[in-house]
Each structure stands twice: as C-alpha cells, then as structure tokens.
Design a protein around this ligand. Structure first.
Ligand SMILES: C[S@@+](CC[C@H](N)C(=O)[O-])C[C@H]1O[C@@H](n2cnc3c(N)ncnc32)[C@H](O)[C@@H]1O
Length: 380
C-alpha cells in the first residue's frame, strides 16, 4: 500500500500538480490509471508481470487506460533499471506489441543522457520508486491530436523544474494543498502566441492575462495563504486577471482602475459585475477620491504605467489608503518598458518585501521575465 500510495501522491502533486503531463489529470481523476506493485524477484519475473498487465489492457473492456508497474526493490540502481527497461522493450517487439504499446520509465535516480545528475530537469522523470509505465499507443495518438503542441512539453517541463529547483518541489507529505493550477487553467496567460504579437507589434495586443502563468499561480497561493478578501488591480488591460482571481477566490470586494488602453485598441474590458470600477488616470485627483471612498483593500496590484516615475507615484498614492499589501508587476525589468519597475523595486528599502519570480515555463524559459514584488509596511 505504501508504494502505491507514494506513487499516487507523486502523480497528484508532481505530475499533475506541476502539469508535467497534461494528459494525466483526466484518467487519474476517473481512476483509470492502474497502479501495480511488482512482486517479481527477478527481471524475468518482472517481464512476466509486464506481459500480464498488457493482457489486462488488451481486454475488451479494460479496467484502466494505462498501467504503472512499480518495482520497489529489485531495480534500485538506475543502470540495472535501464537494462530491465531495455529487456522489456525488446520483449514487446518480440511479442508483436510494437505500434500497440509504448513504455515510459521513471526512477528515483533518473538522469537524462545529456544531463548532470544534479540538474533539476531530471525530476521530470524521477518517481518515488522505479516505475515502468505501459501506454497503449491509441492513448498516445489521442493525446497528440488533442494537445496544441505536444513537442513543446518536454522543454517546458525542463525549464519549469530548472527554474523551481529540486529543493522547492511540492512535498509528497502532509495534506493535499488546494489545486490552484487546475483552478486557473481555463484562463489564458502570456504564452508563445502573446510573445509573437508582442515582438511583432511592440505591445501584447491580446485579450488574455498579461502575466506568466507560474507567477499567477504563486500570486494565487499568496492570496490563499494570506486570506486576502479584497483586491484592487490598478491597470487591468482587458480585465482577465481580475476576472480569473475573483472567480477562484470570490473576493468580498473587488475593484479595478484603468485608463482604458485596451478599448482604444479595439478590445472590450471584462470585469466581474460586482467590480467597483474607476476609469481614468491612476495619479489623478479623481482616482484619489475614488480610492479613498473604497476604504480598506487587502491587496492592491499596481500594473499600470511602468515608468519609474509612474510606479513610484502609484506606490506613494496607494500606500496612503488602508491596505495590507501593495504588489508590483514586472519587477525584473526584463525589457525596456519595465526597467523603471525594477529600479523602483530595488530602491524600495522600507517595510517587508517578497518576490515572486518563477520560470516562464510557457515560453520554455527557466527564469522570470516579469516577476511580482509584494510589499507590506509592517510584518505580515
Ligand atoms: C500591462 S497592462 C495590465 C495587465 C493586467 N494587469 C494583466 O495582468 O493582465 C497595463 C494597463 O495599465 C493601464 N494604464 C497605464 N497607465 C495608466 C494610468 N496612468 N492610469 C490608469 N491606467 C493605466 C493601461 O490602460 C493598461 O490597460
């Protein structure tokens, strides 16, 4: 039970939790992944179990879509494991299963052929116990047809893990955390398509969240951990971030301020109907009286004009009104439009500062090109 349980937690928290395999969630939630602990005491006994598992998958109405054969004790060294996988692949060919079944393999000491042992990217294939995954080709084909870009998945995963670092992987112990990745998955963030538009037009002219998905997830974790009940976003573009966060957290109060740049570019602004909205300049007298009337807001995200002077001004204005946290987008200052935010953030030398810097995995980058800084006047 322990071995299967470990593997279940690994699938839930690492494979699905980090979206390493976008095809795992559905069969896992439907209980269509068979997890079997091998009893074999030799490689040939394990191969016999493998063939038995294939027979089960071959049944007219198989109980599972796919099977993970976990080999807890016998193949502890990675080289022995690779030899056994090689023998299993040869056996599949011999038995005429080529083109019908494919094997994937995972091991606690997995090292890619061209990687160092301490490269965090190896964790894309590291499981709690040596494991052989039997995949029917028809499942693989379905997956390839339904996913927009299967070929990008490995590079995305490696970038994500290198950016997170092995020591920061989700824990397999303790209670299961809220699955904010899944809750935010319907909302499109800054991906390759956005990046192409940005490079072509000099502006991200797309109706989506203009943020790195990994940072939005971490921002949501912050919101969850700090029991944020009210949220104001200054600079909302088409309103997709406010909408996503409100749908996940159902804030008691939600507010948005923007001068309406998106509309001048032919986009509509979408905000939850209960949003208090200010249309205009965030450093105007009208903004100040609107903000004053709004009263206490737990978290204010400043993401409007990114020049140094404007960010500093937004900070000075918004700190005057009751709040718990002020957050700033683009603190890495990775391009010429955002260097002012970095300068402001680096100069900010009072209160408490927290940085959300996550790999931009959707662009296959192992580092942040945006970043969210969160500031509070007093210890949170
Ligand atoms: C980068 S976008 C915001 C992206 C959005 N927060 C998101 O995460 O998807 C910047 C927005 O700030 C607004 N903006 C820029 N300068 C402003 C100002 N001085 N006052 C109010 N809004 C401003 C623009 O209209 C634009 O919609």
């Amino acid at each position: 039970m322990g071995v299967v349980n470990d593997t279940q937690k690994w699938i839930e928290r690492i494979v699905i939790g980090l979206d390493l395999c976008p095809f795992a969630r559905l069969p896992f939630e439907q209980d269509h992944i068979r997890l079997v602990e091998s009893r074999g005491d030799s490689v040939s006994a394990i191969l016999a179990e493998l063939l038995h598992e294939i027979d089960l998958l071959d049944a007219d109405t198989p109980e599972a879509d796919t099977t993970l054969l976990i080999v807890p004790n016998l193949l502890r060294t990675f080289d022995d494991f690779l030899d056994a996988v090689g023998a299993a692949e040869a056996l599949l060919t011999e038995m005429g299963h080529d083109g019908r079944y494919q094997l994937a393999h995972f091991h606690p000491d997995y090292v890619f052929a061209d990687s160092d042992a301490d490269d965090p990217a190896n964790h894309t294939n590291r499981s709690p116990h040596p494991t052989i995954h039997i995949l029917p080709w028809k499942q693989v084909r379905n997956a390839m047809q339904t996913h927009p870009n299967v070929s990008r998945i490995p590079a995305r995963n490696m970038a994500l893990l290198r950016g997170i670092g092995a020591e920061n992987l989700p824990s397999l112990h303790g209670p299961k955390p809220r699955d904010l990745r899944a809750e935010l998955s319907p909302f499109k963030c800054w991906d390759h398509h956005t990046q192409e538009i940005f490079e072509r037009e000099g502006e991200a002219l797309e109706d989506c969240i203009l943020q790195n998905r990994e940072e939005v997830i971490s921002f949501a974790e912050f919101i969850e951990a700090n029991n944020i009940k009210s949220y104001l976003e200054v600079g909302v573009w088409t309103g997709r971030l406010v909408t996503a966060l409100h749908s996940v957290f159902d804030f008691e109060r939600v507010a948005a301020a923007d001068q309406g740049w998106a509309e001048t570019k032919g986009f509509n602004i979408h905000l939850p109907k209960e949003t208090s909205v200010f249309r205009g300049n965030s450093d105007s007298a009208e903004y100040k009286s609107w903000r004053k009337a709004l009263g206490h807001i737990d978290l204010v995200l400043i993401d409007a004009n990114h020049s140094y002077a404007a960010v500093k001004q937004d900070f000075e204005i918004n700190r005057q009104y009751p709040h718990r946290f002020l957050a700033f987008h683009d603190i890495t200052g990775a391009n010429r439009w955002t260097t002012g935010v970095r300068r402001f953030w680096e100069e900010l030398n009072e209160g408490f500062k927290l940085e959300i810097l996550r790999p931009h995995a959707e662009l296959e980058l192992d580092h942040s090109i945006m970043g969210i800084g969160i500031w509070s006047e007093v210890l949170p």
